[in-house]
Design a protein around this ligand. Sequence first.
Ligand code: GLU
Length: 365
Amino acid sequence: MAKGDGRRVVVKIGTGVLTRGVGELDTDKMSAICYQIADAKSRGCEVILVSSGAVGLGMGKLGLKSRPKQISSVQKCAAVGQGILIETWADLFEPHGITVAQLLITRDDVDSLTRHKAMRDLLNDLLEDGILPIINENDSVSAAELNIKFGDNDVLSSLVATLSKADSLMILSTAPGLIDMKGTGKVIPLVEKVTPEVRAMACGTTSATAVGGMITKIKAAEIATSSGCDVFIASGSEQRVIGRILDGESVGTRFAASKKSKSSKKRWLAHFGRTIGRISVDEGAEKALREKGSSLLPAGVKGVWNNFSKGDLVEIVNLDKNYVIARGIAEMGSEEIEKILSSNCAAKKCGHKDVVVHRDHLALV
Ligand code: GLU
């Protein structure tokens, strides 16, 4: 049997691959992608497609040469372009006998635990019936101001991969992979771990229609690999790129999946639910969380930000170094924690038994 059987794969295609110039579809390239997805499905892979292009196509239809600044104009372009996009995909997949299903989502749809589960069930259902889900952000209603925006489809695709427990995520754009800016100047074939050096190699986009660039691709790689998914960044114009990746050929850059796979609940805690407050901790607590998988106790807490109650989702941060260590459900509210911190009893130090965030409801990010 060919390699790839049974694997669940999320393929993300950037606007630059689907279009030539602003807003003109490149149906030859889209057809080539359809062939490759049909081939992956015939090998037994379950495929989910995340397709950009709505805004770019709308821009073309409305005669705009560059991405509008006003959010309402972007929403208008997306509303015009999304129909063209899905209709074209549906027509091009038809000769392969593949039925497509359109899912337009906002950040809210995956952040809420109930809707998150509903979406996972729907994806499983569609895949079981051999239907190809085609996902895009619902750009005509989502807005950064409403705080329900993914912002870009790189991050969206990594969250879809995480939510659907995909084995691989292929981010196919005009970029051939992650270029080693400081060294060889060539594509780096393998990244074992996303380090600050790796992040420093990324830069934004200069395209008129795309939004992501390498920065968002690396962010996406960090999210999906931490959930046990291999991530590939490669050129969507490369011949048989999907099949070659499935064959294990080195194409573009592979970001290796972390060995420690998280349960669905911990994936949701780590990447989805919206946090209400922040708790900063000292280095000892950080070590205990990371190395021993301990619960967070009052003794390790340095401070709290924003009012939150017991049961709210909070971020646990290293404030000095300015990064998030973990996310979890608070076992006590901010007021109670502040009381402990300011009390001289040093409940902090003298054996306070209460837990601030329990290990079962905490996930490292
Ligand atoms: N959702 C946007 C669109 O369909 C694209 C966002 C992205 O490419 O990251 O135009």
